[in-house]
Design a protein around this ligand. Structure first.
Ligand code: G6P
Length: 371
């Protein structure tokens, strides 16, 4: 009923709008005490965590993209090498695992068969398994050595939204916690990053305030047959997730690319009028932002209709953007928390305008309990 959906037409739309709260709830109780981050559910000892010299993240679907963001955060803050692998592939390639490998399984439902089989395999090889999960008492956390629960609340829409944002939060918390335990030089920045994380719910709300503008844009694109998504760094998994949302909901051909790879193939796909959604990194000391702009320039010169997600005040993109969606100014590693939101809104509205059932897309299930 409409009441259950809080007046929204879809559970998914309701869940998109619950994201500020879901992110805030997932940060609750993880405050720094005397400058120290506390993760009360972390059942691995500091010594066990210090012994870890490699992390393998396994997940499926949207959760896999959260894992890709986690790699950027963990490697940057903790200096521990991280691999990210689809759980359906992991077990079958004879991965190198031992007691000093931490396997992180990300699963909103905690029941995905591919991920469950993967953690069973990892534990047989004596690796420690940490689950990031939204469902209390589900199978994956029960079979893991440790767990970080996300607090998104129940997610009904088949396509994950608030589940994804809260997984990102859990990944950041894990990265910061490891940095603290391992005593890397970023250990000193934990309190600062926690403050930045605590500001995110308000930033996400400000992105949601622009929903009507994104809905107009989405409706203008009814009839398009294909959409490309470009990103770099932590914006690359965001591009992949944006494309997945459009496939899941609108049944359109959508692909995400790392912007730097354009010239190695994907640019051949660009033709007159093709919508290209570009996740522009924040301006910083590195060249990420400028390199992204040259990618946008390249696709636009070939006729693409460029929709740029760029931070407030970034005017360098203006000459190359057919449409700009503004994002709040946040650090590059945290940008996925705001950048993915317009992509969720875009896919939800485009699918709605096409007459599709957004909550129950064809051929998909909320949790896939067969391999
Ligand atoms: C299914 C759902 C996706 C989800 C994926 C992984 O395919 O339709 O939305 O991302 O499973 O689910 P999990 O519960 O393991 O995160």
């Amino acid at each position: 009923s409409a009441a259950e959906k809080d007046g929204h037409d879809w559970f998914m739309r309701k869940e998109i709008f619950e994201q500020p709260r879901a992110v805030a709830d997932s940060l609750l109780g993880r405050h720094t005490r005397g400058g120290q981050l506390q993760l009360d559910e972390m059942r691995l000892s500091d010594q066990e965590l210090r012994d870890i010299d490699k992390i393998i993240i396994i997940a499926a679907g949207t959760s896999f993209y959260a894992g890709m963001v986690a790699k950027y955060a963990i490697e940057h803050w903790c200096r521990v090498p991280v691999e990210v692998e689809l759980s359906s592939e992991f077990r079958y390639r004879d991965p190198i695992l031992d007691y000093s490998t931490l396997v992180v399984a990300i699963s909103q439902s905690g029941e995905t068969a591919d991920t469950l089989q993967a953690i069973r395999h990892a534990r047989l090889q004596r690796s420690k398994v940490l689950a990031i999960c939204n469902t209390n008492g589900s199978t994956i956390p029960r079979e893991s050595d440790a767990v970080i629960y996300t607090h998104a609340g129940p997610e009904i829409g088949v396509a994950s939204t608030k589940g994804f944002l809260t997984q990102l939060v859990a990944c950041y918390l894990l990265a910061l916690y490891l940095a603290q335990v391992k005593g890397t030089r970023y250990g000193d920045e934990i309190a600062l990053v926690m403050e930045q994380l605590e500001a995110m719910p308000a930033h996400i709300s400000s992105v949601l305030d622009a929903a009507p503008e994104i809905y107009d844009l989405a409706r203008e694109h009814v009839g398009t047959r294909s959409v490309l998504y470009l990103g770099r760094h932590a914006g690359y998994p965001v591009a992949l997730e944006g494309a997945l949302k459009l496939k899941e909901l609108a049944y359109l051909h959508a692909e995400g690319f790392a912007a730097g790879e354009l010239k190695h193939g994907p640019i051949a796909l660009v033709e007159e009028g093709l919508p290209v959604l570009c996740v522009v990194p924040p301006r910083g000391r590195d060249q990420l932002h400028d390199k992204m702009i040259s990618g946008i320039q390249e696709v636009r010169a070939r006729g693409a209709y460029t929709i740029c997600l760029a931070e407030e005040g970034d005017e360098a993109i203006t000459p190359y953007a057919d449409h700009v969606i503004r994002l709040p100014r946040v650090p590059v590693l945290l940008q996925p928390l705001v950048a993915v939101v317009p992509l969720q809104l875009f896919a939800c509205e485009l699918a709605t305008a096409m007459g599709h059932d957004v909550d129950q897309p064809r051929n998909l299930a909320k949790s896939v309990t067969v391999e």
